[in-house]
Design a protein around this ligand. Structure first.
Ligand SMILES: [Zn+2]
Length: 375
């Protein structure tokens, strides 16, 4: 194990004056400067509450603390110090650390044996629900940031109609209890599924749906991703070891690792198999709820065709859209076109969930900056 060194700032606990020091991390953490010399056991080391960087370190019984700016050093330190994030009053941190270390060990092994996609598939179900929920909350914040902080749409009648639609689609399907579907005002026809059973619908999707069944088809497709935890799988795969390190660090907020997570969600697409499975889930859910399972095919084709107009790169995935649409129609069977999942009044209410959304000017971002389609 090679020692690692980095500059740091020493605070003696009496004044706010920082003293320059050098930290040397080997079997122990040595701190050396003109006025200070410490040799701390890694077992005793504890991180302060402040988000890293800077990472603030100390041990019980020593008023002095040292601050580290280097992120790599902080990550190496976290990997070597078992109790770095342990809180004196609880065991939650330790438990999370054990689970996290377990996950990292497994991931490294699995990634070596099968490659990252397989490792992600095997790991996703092992992420504890509580961790996944926190992760979902953090990632949602990041994703909304990246989308320019779109406002939530909360018209009460629209919200009630959406809740009824969701209830109809999930009835008897055993989806996670924390399922949350929110609508945000945004000029992109898209829906995102995030870890922790969070579905974010962007309002242009509702505006461009020609029937409740089309919208329900996309929504149910997202629920299909939720049902098999595709977002968590994609996140592990997309962010790789960063995600796993964040589990070890146990501090899902406040680490710069998290910034990468939000981007990973937007950048990582699901595999074609995952998309086909979500399509099949949607057809089944919409059909059982009394709707037109084939309507999903129509909205997919329409949105893909529009994208081709302003984003030639999207052509590449167009053959796949056609193939998906054909499969969806086959699965739905003939003569479904007259089925309606919502009454006309309910669909009108749902379309009003973002009052004035139609007048939102030019919120549609240019093609190259647009998050890749997840639906
Ligand atoms: Zn999808």
């Amino acid at each position: 194990m090679q020692p690692v060194t980095t500059p740091g700032r020493w605070f003696d606990g009496r004044s706010a004056t920082p003293h320059p020091v050098v930290l040397r991390l080997g079997a122990r953490l040595e701190i050396a400067g003109p006025e200070v010399r410490r040799d701390w056991s890694l077992i005793d080391l504890r991180a302060g509450d402040a988000p890293a960087p800077p990472l603030r370190l100390g041990i019980a019984g020593d008023p002095g603390q040292v601050e580290v700016m280097d992120e790599t050093f902080a990550l190496v330190l976290a990997a070597r110090c078992p109790d770095l994030r342990k809180r004196p009053e609880g065991t939650g941190g330790t438990l999370r650390l054990v689970l996290g270390s377990l996950a990292v060990g497994m991931a490294v092994l699995l990634a070596a044996l099968f490659g990252m996609p397989a490792a992600a598939g095997l790991l996703a179900p092992l992420v504890p629900a509580g961790v996944e929920a926190r992760l979902g909350a953090v990632v949602e914040g990041q994703v909304l940031d990246l989308l320019g902080d779109p406002q939530p749409c909360t018209d009460p009648a629209g919200r009630a109609a959406l809740d009824r639609l969701v209830a109809r689609l999930v009835a008897g399907r055993g989806l996670p209890a924390g399922l949350g579907v929110t609508v945000r005002r945004h000029g992109t026809a898209n829906a995102l599924t995030l870890p922790g059973a969070r579905v974010v619908v962007l309002s242009d999707l509702i505006a461009r749906a020609r029937s409740a069944d089309e919208f329900a088809g996309v929504l149910a497709h997202e629920l299909g991703h939720v049902a098999v935890r595709d977002p968590t799988r994609a996140l592990i795969q997309g962010s790789g070891t960063s995600f796993l390190l964040s589990l070890v660090l146990g501090d899902l907020t406040g680490s710069t690792v998290i910034v990468a997570l939000g981007q990973a969600v937007l950048a990582a697409g699901y595999s074609r198999d995952a998309e086909r499975a979500a399509d099949a889930y949607s057809v089944d859910a919409v059909t059982r709820a009394g709707g037109d399972g084939a309507a999903l095919a129509a909205i997919l084709e329409r949105i893909a065709a529009d994208d081709v107009d302003d984003d030639p790169a999207f052509l590449r995935s167009h053959p796949f859209t056609r193939e998906r649409a054909a499969t969806i129609r086959t699965l739905a069977g003939p003569g479904t076109g007259t089925r309606r999942i919502l009454g006309e009044a309910e669909w009108t209410a749902l379309r009003g969930i973002c009052p004035g959304a139609g007048e939102t000017p030019g919120t549609r971002p240019p093609g190259r900056d647009r998050p890749r389609r997840r639906a």
